[in-house]
Ligand binder design. Structure first.
Ligand code: SF4
Length: 158
């Protein structure tokens, strides 16, 4: 899919996962939550005023998005201090040891937060899509290197 998207000649559709991967490989911070180590700063205010983490977390387990906070009694600064929200501001420190030691971590970032959940040890795991993410990041990196052309003589590849 990436090759079809990358080789289209003009942008026919947006695929944010691919856009974020290219940006991160080029050293540009990506705005999404699928890849990278940047803090994630979105919350949801439900119709009843409850402050929750983003809906995607609901796929991890029942109640995963709940914070117990609401806009009538709590500020958004209170929500930032909630352990579940704070964990998503901690970057590398919040990741599993396998991810912290991974050569791809600056781009992959452990993958989408919801995809790291595994009972009973919570979100400090590599993504359930670890192998796929590693394949994607390496493949996109290779395509970028090809697009950039040969390095000037005397400069070694890193
Ligand atoms: S999820 Fe897999 S590829 Fe991504 S940082 Fe962790 S170990 Fe590396």
């Amino acid at each position: 899919m990436f090759d079809r998207w990358w080789g289209a000649g003009r942008r026919q559709t947006r695929i944010r996962l691919f856009e974020e991967c290219v940006a991160l490989l080029l050293g540009v911070p990506a705005a999404g939550e699928r890849l990278g180590l940047q803090p994630f700063t979105s919350l949801v205010v439900e119709a009843d005023g409850a402050i929750e983490q983003v809906d995607a977390l609901k796929s991890a387990y029942e109640g995963a998005a709940a914070t117990g906070l609401d806009v009538f009694r709590h500020s958004f600064d209170d929500a930032l201090a909630h352990p579940g929200v704070a964990a998503r501001q901690a970057g590398l420190a919040a990741l599993a040891g396998t991810c912290r030691a991974c050569a791809l971590v600056a781009v992959c970032g452990g993958g989408h937060y919801a995809h790291r959940y595994r009972a009973p040890d919570g979100f400090r795991n590599p993504s359930v899509y670890c192998a796929d993410l590693a394949h994607l990041v390496r493949h996109v990196s290779a395509r970028l290197r090809t697009a950039a052309g040969p390095r000037p003589s005397g400069k070694a590849d890193r």
